[in-house]
Ligand binder design. Structure first.
Ligand SMILES: NC(=O)c1ccc[n+]([C@@H]2O[C@H](COP(=O)([O-])OP(=O)(O)OC[C@H]3O[C@@H](n4cnc5c(N)ncnc54)[C@H](O)[C@@H]3O)[C@@H](O)[C@H]2O)c1
Length: 436
């Protein structure tokens, strides 16, 4: 039997060992899904805390319960920092970060470092699948040559796949299994092996003809969101000037049964994907002499939102004859979106920073973060305040940065002296509430 057929058979009969490299927001749920579907799963991470937690059957994400981890461990999931054990796995699925460098250029060093770590242990029959979001060409230009230099013929004795992740942490409507998965291969044989790899755990696998097409698919999905959020943020500013309720407008437009998709405004983009991924394409497009003006314009609008919100906080304080300088401001929610414990690129934190630079005394309340987490560009030595009537009255201004479901909005509305709402949570007009 050919190496390709052997690989496919192992994924189909679930005798394959699945290696997941990077056990973060993407890698952990994927590992749990493979374990749940009956595969033996071996996780790898450079952070030793993750394998320790997994061995103890404990989660490290609020949206994933301990039981899911302990059940997966019972079903054959283990994790390690020992990368020499990657040769035990039939598939090596890479889920490591792809952030931006200081000057907003792609930083794919986590991906290339991972591949450099894996190559000494690669053996015939293995499939390497990259899931990290990246610019078109990464798989062919960065991963393929590294595997070839290690002595493999791609599509014959080793297989290379790109399959973008579509994880949406905290979204209970979809699971890893029910979110269709785009899969591509470096060669037709790679695509066949990749399709077998994912068909055992995902209901619908969507094959595309090249790794570049799959890489661009993921970028299109996220840029589509970034651009539409940029549009609606611009509409929000216009509506605000005209004293029109933008949420009423969006909800009315959304009754159109075709040709309209509702997007909602906010204090700016957050998370690991939407604020970052567009830059991966704009950077690569420059290599081809193409300017992505539309995408960059959306980026400009979205990144101006924290400043706009600070302007609204200033207006709110002004209405009470107060200045930002010296005022006490409480930020409700520092996560980048509701009901999750992820603070990456959070606009709430940028707003806190801008307020602090203007002399405000800023604190926060977010039950998902009892301590203010360490961040690359910000340094707040704070603990989350407990939400009470007396505590709310303590502040000159309270800001809804993220509308977590766990907040008591009736209490907030009643007790806050001034309330700035960046999420459209307060529907009716009140003299002390400012939409932002
Ligand atoms: N978070 C999401 O919702 C989401 C959704 C779709 C796609 N993505 C993409 O998936 C990729 C991973 O994102 P994430 O949110 O899971 O990141 P994350 O930071 O939560 O997890 C990455 C993990 O990789 C580990 N790691 C870093 N370098 C490593 C290395 N050299 N070897 C092994 N492990 C290493 C880290 O310790 C961490 O546990 C990114 O490209 C991201 O853009 C993320």
């Amino acid at each position: 039997m050919s190496i390709k057929k052997q690989a496919i058979r192992k994924f189909q009969d679930r005798s394959a060992v699945i290696g997941i490299i990077g056990l973060g927001y993407v890698g952990l749920p994927l590992a749990l899904r493979y374990a749940e579907a009956g595969y033996t799963v071996l996780g790898f991470d450079v952070d030793p805390v993750k394998p320790e937690k997994i061995a103890a059957g404990l989660t490290y994400f609020q949206h994933i319960p301990d039981e899911r981890v302990s059940e997966a461990v019972e079903a054959g999931f283990s994790a390690t920092t020992d990368f020499s054990r990657t040769n035990e796995a039939d598939a090596l699925i890479i889920c490591v970060p792809t952030p931006l460098k200081e000057h907003r250029e792609p930083d794919i060093s986590f991906v290339t470092d991972t591949m450099d770590t894996l190559t000494p242990y690669l053996r015939p029959g293995q499939v390497v699948s990259l899931e990290s979001t990246t610019y078109p060409g990464t798989t062919e230009e960065e991963l393929r040559p590294r595997m070839e230099q290690a002595g493999f013929t791609i599509g014959e004795d080793a297989f290379l796949v790109y399959s973008p992740e579509r994880e949406d942490p905290g979204n209970s409507r979809f699971t890893t299994r029910t979110i269709p998965k785009v899969v591509s291969g470096s060669t037709p044989a790679c695509l066949a092996v990749g399709t077998a790899l994912y068909s055992g755990v995902i209901d619908q696998v969507v094959p595309v003809t090249s790794t570049q097409a799959a890489e661009m698919t993921k970028l299109l999905e996220n840029i589509h969101r970034a651009v539409n959020i940029g549009l609606v943020n611009e509409m929000k500013v216009v509506a605000d000037r005209m004293d029109i309720d933008i949420y009423e407008v969006i909800d009315a437009a959304a009754t159109k049964p075709f040709g309209f998709v509702p997007y909602y405004p906010g204090p700016g983009l957050g998370g690991h994907c939407i604020p970052i991924d567009p830059f991966y394409l704009t950077w690569k497009a420059r290599e081809y002499g193409v300017n992505t003006r539309f995408i960059e314009l959306a980026g400009e609008v979205n990144s101006s939102m924290p400043r706009w919100v600070v302007g609204k906080i200033t207006d709110a304080l002004n209405s009470a004859s107060k200045s930002v300088n010296g005022s006490r401001v409480l930020m409700l929610g520092i996560a980048y979106k509701k009901n999750i414990d992820d603070v990456r690129e959070s606009p709430s934190v940028e707003i806190m920073q801008q307020l602090r630079q203007r002399g405000a005394r800023v604190e926060y309340c977010d039950p998902y973060f009892p301590q203010f987490p360490p961040m690359r560009s910000y340094n707040f030595d704070l603990e989350s305040r407990v939400l009470t009537a007396a505590m709310l009255r303590d502040y000159d201004c309270v800001v809804i940065g993220v509308d977590h479901d766990c907040f008591d909005y009736e209490l907030i509305l009643k007790e806050a002296r001034l309330l700035v709402d960046t999420r459209g949570r307060v529907k009716e007009k009140h003299a002390h509430v400012f939409r932002a």
